[in-house]
Ligand binder design. Sequence first.
Ligand SMILES: Nc1ncnc2c1ncn2[C@@H]1O[C@H](COP(=O)(O)OP(=O)(O)OP(=O)(O)O)[C@@H](O)[C@H]1O
Ligand SMILES: [Mg+2]
Length: 249
Amino acid sequence: MLAPIEGKVEFDQVSFGYVPGQTILDRVSLCAQPGQMVALVGPTGAGKSTLINLILRFYDVTGGAVKIDGIDVRQVTQASLRQQIGIVLQDNILFGGTVAENIAFGQPDASQAEIEAAAQVANVHEFIVTLPQGYATVLGEQGASLSQGQRQLMGIARAVLVNPRILILDEATSSLDTQTERWVQDAIATLLKNRTSFVIAHRLSTVTQADQVLVIQAGQIAERGTHDQLINQDGIYAELYGLQLAAKG
Ligand SMILES: Nc1ncnc2c1ncn2[C@@H]1O[C@H](COP(=O)(O)OP(=O)(O)OP(=O)(O)O)[C@@H](O)[C@H]1O
Ligand SMILES: [Mg+2]
């Protein structure tokens, strides 16, 4: 079991490969203080998703250690990690249940009032009440289907309800319509407040708010700093991401 945490996350010389002898991450060290936001950027295949997978023990390190509040995550169960670490993926998987059940995924005993409050924070309440049966509307193959933006907001509502100290967010790459994009951005900003967060960032607006930006390249941290520091450094980040992200907004 993992006792209630403050949310400090450290990688101490972490190495990892999916198969023996392979090196996907090579002696990565980082430290996120409680409440800090860490943005991960870097080319496809660099190891960003692999890095966050290690926090939740989807895989275990092959060298070094991942520590939460100083405790090696290998000393605690995956179940107890998942109770305190929220994860919002690009395409949140919704199951064939009601909207309310889907939001309560990580907190099955939540009350209707708590579910609606979470949906409000996630900017998805207004949409839900337009569905034929509101929160009782069944989703999935036989039921209502949601757009990608709506699925993201549902994922955010789930995380709001769990209220974790640590949050992992894989930002969606695909473009949403302007209104949905604004709702998602606002909801993400609210969600990240006062939590330690790791965000695989595709939006400039997210990266500029981060306390630390880590540029992952070929399994190592090639550059680190704030957005402004990395722009001034005029290295990989400035070249590869500054312009590209700026163009996307
Ligand atoms: N389950 C897996 N088994 C074996 N190799 C994997 C697995 N997942 C990822 N890899 C490999 O690990 C490397 C890093 O992948 P990872 O998914 O961490 O990259 P990423 O930075 O998240 O890329 P993207 O921006 O495309 O999401 C890649 O070479 C990838 O092929
Ligand atoms: Mg990835």
